[in-house]
Write a protein that binds this ligand. Structure first.
Ligand SMILES: Cc1cc2nc3c(=O)[nH]c(=O)nc-3n(C[C@H](O)[C@H](O)[C@H](O)COP(=O)(O)OP(=O)(O)OC[C@H]3O[C@@H](n4cnc5c(N)ncnc54)[C@H](O)[C@@H]3O)c2cc1C
Length: 425
């Protein structure tokens, strides 16, 4: 038995960790285990991946299985990290249509919780899945493709339906993005939020709580033939390594010792990163190093609720004694047809709250959860919330159909844990 901990440091378990190398090995382990789960990079803040039973790390199952150059479809083993995936795709002249902001997650781990990036016309990562291989509790190895009745349940399966061993992704030709990052006062961002979201391929902003400071990011595809113009190494080291990580860690530690200084600290933090523009491979623009550890809650809300919900958040922050030292991130994504995806049949705004790992987040996340659920918010499955099955039944139209498939595939709850019991019943 070993001790396992997630990235945020807020979830610990004592599983037997095993590292299978093939679907057949996974099949044998599933058949012989009472409780078994797979874990990716442990980047979920919820205990969705935790078990004291058998925990499978699929890090050795990280190969490209097939590349169909005619369709731009690539099949990979499910334990491949997004970091490796991006490199493998680029080597084949391909890329993912959209990504979140970090890349250590495994392909199966990221898609199982509905990981997403930003882009009002774009969907979450799991939308690129066109087929997957699933080892079930009965020990079957199933191929679930677009024609399979369980396709829209399995693409965001929460780890509840079985162990995913291979995934086929619909990729796109590799593309460059032009990044335009700059400070903008929050009132101006809010006044122009819809047009900023709709006129950019990928728009997001970071708001520094207790201040009116915000930083916007507009990332857009460039015309064919535009040369790469990456950040100079010194600028990357200064902004992404030193200011956003090394110095930011020190600032966060200071905010623990001097909570009253947080508004001033946030004003300074909001002014540290200046405007910058560069053009690079899509994944180089999407992904940033994140080494300052935090805990996070994130809710998807109907896009039309964005202004009102952010207004309520502003009012709560103005009246609370809590001091929030991490920026609030706001993103956008288009609706999809994946049953347990936060984007199911709904264009969303995503509002993500972070709290430094050495600080208590309970009051902050509880109060803001009330704001978001009043707007039918759907929490990210991998980020903090305290909601249960009854609530999810009310905000996911296909909740009961998903649970019925789970009952059929895993009647003995071999793949379950406390978290899944709570959210699925
Ligand atoms: C620093 C940081 C930045 C983040 N940025 C974003 C972001 O930009 N956008 C966003 O949406 N989210 C983001 N997240 C959340 C993160 O992407 C999700 O929680 C994701 O699920 C984590 O992937 P993982 O590989 O670590 O999976 P884990 O957290 O290890 O597991 C997640 C789930 O997948 C299941 N699973 C893993 N492998 C398999 C498998 N082979 N078969 C079946 N089930 C499996 C696990 O059992 C569990 O249920 C971020 C998290 C962190 C810590």
């Amino acid at each position: 038995m070993s001790t396992w901990q997630n990235w945020g440091g807020n979830v610990t378990a004592n599983p037997t960790i095993l590292r299978p190398t093939s679907a057949e090995e996974v099949q044998a382990l599933v058949t012989n285990s009472q409780h078994i789960k797979a874990v990716g990079a442990g980047h979920s803040f919820t205990s969705i991946a935790a078990t004291d039973g058998v925990l499978l790390k699929l890090t050795s199952m990280n190969a490209v299985v097939e590349h169909d150059a005619a369709t731009n479809r690539v099949r990979v083993q499910a334990g491949m990290s997004l970091n490796q995936l991006n490199r493998e795709l680029l080597a084949r002249g391909l890329a993912m249509p959209n990504l979140g902001d970090v890349d250590p997650q495994s392909v199966a781990g990221a898609t199982s919780t509905g990981t997403h990036g930003t882009g009002a016309k774009l969907r979450g990562i799991a939308d690129a899945i066109v087929a997957l291989q699933l080892v079930t509790a009965a020990g079957d190895i199933l191929e679930i493709d677009e024609n399979h009745p369980w396709f829209n349940a399995a693409r965001v399966g929460l780890g509840a339906l079985g162990i995913v061993t291979e995934i086929t992704l619909q990729c796109v030709p590799a593309y460059l993005l032009h990044a335009n990052e700059r400070p903008m006062p929050l009132p101006e961002v809010l006044a122009n939020m819809d047009s900023l979201a709709d006129s950019n391929d990928h728009f997001e902003f970071f708001w520094f709580p207790h201040t009116e400071k915000a930083l916007i990011k507009e990332n857009n595809r460039v015309p064919e033939g535009t040369p790469r113009n990456p950040l100079p190494t010194w600028r990357y080291r200064l902004d992404d390594e030193f200011l956003s990580n090394t110095l930011y860690e020190r600032i966060q530690r200071l905010s623990v010792r001097a909570p009253k200084a947080v508004p001033t600290i946030n004003k300074i933090s909001g002014s540290l990163l200046g405007a910058r523009q560069y053009t690079d491979h899509s994944h180089e623009v999407f992904i940033s190093p994140r080494r300052v550890r935090f805990c996070e809650a994130e809710f998807a809300l109907p896009r039309e609720a964005a202004r009102e919900a952010i207004g309520e958040l502003q009012k709560w922050i103005a009246r609370t004694d809590e001091r929030i030292s991490f920026p609030i991130e706001v993103r956008f994504a288009a609706s999809d047809d994946i049953w347990m995806s936060t984007g199911y049949q709904r264009d969303n705004v995503y509002i993500a709250l972070h709290q430094y790992q050495r600080k208590d987040f309970a009051k902050y996340f509880a109060a803001t959860q009330d704001i978001f659920t009043a707007h039918e918010g759907r929490p990210h499955w991998g980020k903090m919330h305290s909601l249960g099955a009854e609530y999810f039944e009310s905000v996911y139209p296909k909740f009961n159909e998903f649970v019925a498939i789970r009952n059929e595939l895993d009647p003995e709850r071999r793949f379950s844990n406390e978290y899944l019991d709570r959210v699925l019943g």
